[in-house]
Design a protein around this ligand. Sequence first.
Ligand SMILES: [Cu+2]
Length: 464
Amino acid sequence: MNSRRTFLQGAINAIAGLGGASQLLGMNQPLPVESHPVRPNASDRSTGIAPIPVIAPDVKNLAFTIDNGAKVFQLIAEPVKRKIAPWKTIDCWGFNGSSPGPTIQVNQGDHVRVILENRLPESLAIHWHGLEIPYAMDGMPYLSQKPIGPGSRFVYEFTVHQNGTYFYHSHSPMQQMMGMVGMFILHPSRVHAPAVDHDFGIVLQEWAVLPNNTVPNTANMEWNWLTFNGVSSPMTTPLIVRLGSRVRARFVNLGMDHHPIHLHGHTFVVTGTEGGRQPETLWGPANTVLVGVAQARDIEFVATNPGEWMLHCHMPHHNMNAMSDLLGDRMMMTADTADERALSQMQTLASQVGFEHVHHAPIAPDANKVPGFPQDAFMDMGMDEAVAKPENNGLPRNWSAMMMGMMTLVRVLPRDLYDLVMNDLQRGYVAPLPPVGERPPGERDGHHEQHQRKDEEGREGGSR
Ligand SMILES: [Cu+2]
């Protein structure tokens, strides 16, 4: 396997001290609680121990202090600049510099105090979605509390008796669509059986950011940007799991659409909802879980199948993004034109935003005679370099070409590769990209020559 060889070589270079680049692109921030960068298998662990912390890729955890037995969190509502794609930074609203806001993780039975500071230009209140807490803490402006004005603070304080996947959000709909949501994880006092080795959290969001704009249009009905934890694929950081481990992934949806989240290569069970743990009698096999608006879903599976498996919303428009955004105020001319012209346009755009090359996959010599062409033919834009980070080390060249919108990878890695990636992650080592000619295994037949030929034609077209 060439990609594996390249990867191993990269790792060997790193160990030899030849690659010292410590670009901690997109890395998770240190957890406020004990971190488990390399985790034992479930079989190595006994139940009854403390649950492992949830990792929400691309989102920080919110640190806390202890005051007289209470866990105290400082939550700041404020405007946020969020880079959701290599060429796209939006002006949204969130918490502590992030949208979604940082993940809050506490234990069942904890007494929690959240000091909310409002640095927004308007009032708000924060609702604790699904928590059975006193009415005065429910965060309903004018009902349970006065709206929290700009520059003001409000202290939310309650004891949590539930466990599961919950979230916090502004209760004003337009503020929600500006990004004001975050995960609130309640770990059970006794770890659920079977215990998991990896526990991930993902917030599903969508945004209406029209071309040439940076501010989401919260009154708009065209939700054209789709994100996992505030970034669109291929900026999403893969979930790295060890072959044979038991994995939990938690999804929270606060948007305008329901999202059927699909996992490749594995069968999972839905072990929890926004109401907490489901009884085992309800765990039917599935590979797609519908996460409705305002819902949470926990899935669990044993990662038995090695590979780089997609995890994505299956709504076709949700594993795309706003292509028109790249074009600014110009019309895209792929339809009813020669592929050279389309290529030329896409190449121009690609060079503006730092894509490597836009046309990776072969097309038929007579493609333009076929009604409906092109569809996806010019859409695959490799941007491996723009999104390079340790978690992507070892992926094949142009892996990012069809990664868009609400999509990420579950990398199920054999122990040696898993340990290498974890090692890279700890040292912040970004492996060099595989050579351009590197193809995924199994793609070495006549397609290759055809691909090369069309590539050259494409370049000629692009230079005209
Ligand atoms: Cu979707």
